[in-house]
Ligand binder design. Sequence first.
Ligand code: 6PG
Length: 249
Amino acid sequence: MNGSLHIFENIDVLYAALEKQWRLLAHAAIADHGAFYVALAGGSTPRNFYKKLAQQSAIDRACWHKTHIYFGDERCVSQDHPDSNYCMAKETLLSVVPLLPEHVHAMFSTDLSVEQNVEDYETLLHDALPLDAKEHPVFDLVLLGMGEDGHTASLFPDTEILHESVKPVAAQFVKKLNAWRMSLTFPTINAANYVVVLIAGAAKEKVLADIFSTKKNTGARYPIQQVKPAGQLDWYLDTVAAHLLNVQD
Ligand code: 6PG
């Protein structure tokens, strides 16, 4: 499996390391091109990271003013719905740190159809972010999580969106959830300068053992195995999630 493995004794130590990395990436991106383009992960694992990041004054005002927040994926619900990734990020981070409001880009609004949301986000990504040689928008940092089925963002097993090779963002009806999702596609995730996969807890230990098993060749059995960024890929795991891996950081 590609990328480098970082295993932390507990989630707080993991968050502290990630906060340090976020600060380094932000300063480097701003020094390089005057902005820091980030796609946030949803779900529950990053929630307390966002809270910690919001409390750290280590990331100065000037940095936040040049940080542009996007989303890796979104549930197609209202922005104040408890399931909304935007709602979670707003509560924990976006309403706390001195971001410029025009630099925060929710992925989905119930004011528009799913199709129109996808079209608008695609236009936004192409207009606002640097593009690589294949015209894919380039994030400085993409934060991802992983589900127990090896999905990441809203790229679930056996769904059409896994095969999207051109569009930067797409919508997908996810049968197992009986719900519509929007997600960055692999072309966008893999154009990123830096991707961190954030995984904690015992629920993911078996999938991780499968993914990192040197014996079994699982190929790209899990969607997350298609994450192969042009830049750096780091796996940030706590020891519980990494319990079945036979490597120590
Ligand atoms: C989402 C996420 C999704 C998440 C994984 C892990 O919208 O739910 O983007 O990919 O990262 O499902 O979720 P947990 O952190 O809650 O385990």
